[in-house]
Write a protein that binds this ligand. Structure first.
Ligand SMILES: [Zn+2]
Length: 338
């Protein structure tokens, strides 16, 4: 099969590798869409993906073969490559390690990823795609589940004012999830014009350009001088986390969704008197995948709004796609068609 093998030093090579065969309890998925995740771009940028590996985890596909003894799937069923409930006795990497550290252990869970024509999975892992959800939108179920978990673990209540910093795919999905959860107004801070425009189209009450105006002053002003109730940092770069703390209302909440790969400057003396609450949200659980698919199927979250015809590339274009995604860009979501 064709696969994009990561060779280290920011190099992918698209090459032929053996197509895996499903063993007992496994299924083989023919990948048709594989979305490029910001986390993978970081893995490339900071060269932390293991050399010789195939990464990629935002996948829609079709069951192509089932291993001996697999009864729950039939060849031809449409699936996303995740979201299944772990059987008893199988622990995930994070659950099995109370001191789990994403920076040092992030890829210990395996690198049989989706930037390839086929992916081998344990049979409990995939989730069926509802008929009403097209393949390309289904490929965004994983990032959508990350947004769903972030909102479900947040303090967002009906009628709240929310801010989202960073309108990349996770930010755009988080703003929609916050609205679906009852946020009355969502403000977005985003410098890239295409991403700001997408946020506006998806119903942002206002979009702040942090390169042209002070995002803290503006977010406080937009929320009546008090500050948003909950702020999601979906950028995790430079000053964004400090901006979130600085803008939130007294006893408001900051939720870190993005994974920062560099130390971030904080100035707590500026904001600690407001007794701000902080929490992180990492990845997602099966329940979040199911909710994500329901929200996409019902139209309350638009995955399509993150994609245009320009979003779709061939596997052979993966190197240039990753290189361009290292810089703040005009692309919203890049999706590999296989
Ligand atoms: Zn992802």
């Amino acid at each position: 099969m064709k696969a994009a093998v990561y060779h280290g030093a920011r190099r992918f090579e698209v090459t032929e590798i053996p197509t895996p065969e499903p063993g007992p309890g496994q299924v083989l998925v023919r990948v048709n869409h594989s979305a490029i995740c910001g986390t993978d771009v970081h893995a490339f940028m900071y060269d932390i993906a293991p050399a010789g590996s195939v990464i990629g985890h935002e996948i829609a596909g079709v069951i192509a073969a089932v291993g001996p003894g697999v009864e729950r799937w039939q060849v031809g069923q449409r699936v996303v490559a995740g979201g299944g409930e772990r059987p008893g006795g199988v622990t995930g990497l994070v659950d099995a390690n109370p001191r789990y550290n994403y920076r040092t252990m992030g890829f210990a869970g395996g690198t049989n990823g989706g930037y390839a024509e086929y992916q081998l999975l344990a049979d409990w892992r995939p989730t069926p795609i509802p008929d009403s959800v097209p393949d390309a939108a289904a490929a965004l179920t994983e990032p959508c589940s990350v947004a769903v978990q972030a909102v479900r673990k947040s303090a967002v209540r009906l009628g709240d004012t929310v801010a989202v910093i960073g309108a990349g795919p996770i930010g755009l999905l988080t703003m929609q999830a916050a609205r679906a959860a009852g946020a009355a107004r969502v403000f977005v801070s985003e410098p890239a014009p295409a991403r700001a425009e997408a946020a506006r189209k998806l119903g942002a009450a206002a979009v702040v350009n942090p390169r042209e105006e002070d995002p803290v002053a503006r977010l406080v002003e937009l929320s009546g001088g008090r500050g948003p109730d909950v702020i999601f940092d979906c950028a995790g770069i430079g000053a964004t986390l400090n901006q979130a703390f600085d803008s939130t209302r007294p006893a408001g909440q900051v939720v870190l969704v993005a994974v920062p790969w560099e130390p971030l400057p904080l100035e707590p003396a500026d904001w600690m008197a407001r007794e701000v609450e902080f929490r992180t949200s990492f990845a997602s659980d099966p329940v979040d995948w199911r909710i994500a698919l329901d929200l996409i199927a019902s139209g309350r979250i638009s995955a399509d709004a993150l994609m245009s015809e320009a979003s779709f590339i061939e596997l052979e274009q993966i190197q240039e796609a990753f290189e361009s995604l290292m810089q703040p860009s005009t692309q919203l979501q890049v999706v590999i068609r296989l």
